[in-house]
Write a protein that binds this ligand. Structure first.
Ligand code: SF4
Ligand code: SF4
Length: 256
C-alpha cells in the first residue's frame, strides 16, 4: 500500500544519506531516512464538524486509522489512489486543500459498503465518502452528481405539488444530465416497455384484437396528461410552503 501521507511532505523535509555506516552496520538509503518536523497552518479546524453535518459523515471522528476500509475497498483494488482511510485522515486534520487534490476520484465510490461492514469503529466510511462528495458539490468544487440532480428534481416536485410524476422526474433528470433522450426512449425505456408487453406472438398469429387489448394505452395517456397539466395534491399550497421552510431551516441548522 502506498504511503499517501508522503504527499504531505515537502522534499526538503526528507533527509536521507546515500551511504551511511553506524557502528559497522550499513544503514544506507531508506534505513536512515529522517523527516524534519513540519508545522501545519493551512488547516480548517471546523472541517470535521462540517463533514459531520452531512448525512453519512456523523461518525467520522471515531476513525482510528486501522486501514481496514481501504484494504477491503472495491475501488482501491482497481485504483490504489482511491483511499477512504486517507481521506478520513485529511477530514480529521482539516486539510481541505489536500483532500481536493483527489476531488476527481472520490466520486468513484460504488457504495458496495464493504468498508462499512468491516470498520471496527462504525465510522461508516461509505457515508463519509458521500458526505465529502456533497460538501464538494455544495462548495462548487465539482459538478453536481447525477444522484444529487435526481434528488433535487424529486424534492422540487414534492415541495411544489405534494406528489411526484415519475415521467416528469425522469424526463427532467435526463435533460439535466444531458442524456440522449431519443436513444434512451428507443433503446432503453421504450424497448423494455415494449419487450415486457411480450404480446408480439398475438400479433404474429393475427390476433390483432387481443394484441391491442393488452397494449398499455391508458397509462401513457395518463402520464402525458400529468406532464401537461401538472396536478397537485389538494390544498397543497400552504402545506408545501411550511414544508419548504422546514427543509430550508434544517439545512441552515446543519450547514450554517
Ligand atoms: S476501517 Fe474504520 S476505523 Fe479503520 S481506517 Fe477505516 S474508517 Fe477508520
Ligand atoms: S463503499 Fe465505496 S469506499 Fe466503501 S468499499 Fe465500497 S467503493 Fe470502497
Amino acid at each position: 500500500m502506498p504511503i499517501h501521507e508522503k504527499t504531505l511532505l515537502a522534499p526538503e523535509q526528507v533527509l536521507q544519506a546515500d551511504k551511511l555506516v553506524v557502528d559497522g552496520v550499513d544503514v544506507s538509503g531508506h534505513w536512515n531516512t529522517m523527516i524534519l518536523p513540519r508545522t501545519l497552518t493551512d488547516y480548517d479546524e471546523d472541517f470535521e464538524k462540517t463533514i459531520q453535518a452531512y448525512g453519512g459523515g456523523e461518525n467520522v471522528h471515531r476513525c482510528w486509522q486501522c486501514g481496514s476500509c481501504t484494504n477491503s475497498c472495491t475501488m482501491y483494488a482497481i485504483n490504489i489512489d482511491f483511499n477512504p482511510r486517507y481521506w478520513i485522515y485529511l477530514v480529521r486534520l482539516g486539510l481541505k486543500d489536500e483532500l481536493l487534490k483527489d476531488k476527481d476520484i472520490i466520486w468513484q465510490c460504488v457504495s458496495c459498503n464493504k468498508c462499512t461492514n468491516i470498520c471496527p469503529k462504525d465510522v461508516r466510511p461509505e457515508g463519509v465518502m458521500k458526505a465529502i462528495q456533497h460538501w464538494m458539490e455544495d462548495q462548487g468544487y465539482v459538478p453536481k452528481a447525477p444522484s444529487t440532480l435526481f434528488d433535487e428534481e424529486f424534492t422540487r416536485q414534492c415541495l411544489e405539488r405534494g406528489r411526484i410524476e415519475d415521467s416528469e422526474v425522469l424526463l427532467n433528470f435526463f435533460k439535466q444530465t444531458r442524456q440522449n433522450l431519443w436513444q434512451l426512449a428507443t433503446r432503453g425505456w421504450l424497448g423494455i416497455f415494449v419487450a415486457r408487453m411480450n404480446k408480439w406472438t398475438e400479433l404474429k398469429k393475427g390476433r390483432i384484437g387481443r394484441f391491442l387489448a393488452r397494449v398499455p394505452i391508458l397509462m401513457p395517456m395518463h402520464m402525458a396528461w400529468n406532464l401537461v397539466f401538472k396536478p397537485r395534491t389538494r390544498s397543497w399550497g400552504r402545506t408545501g410552503e411550511i414544508l419548504r421552510r422546514y427543509v430550508e431551516e434544517q439545512k441552515r441548522i446543519a450547514h450554517g
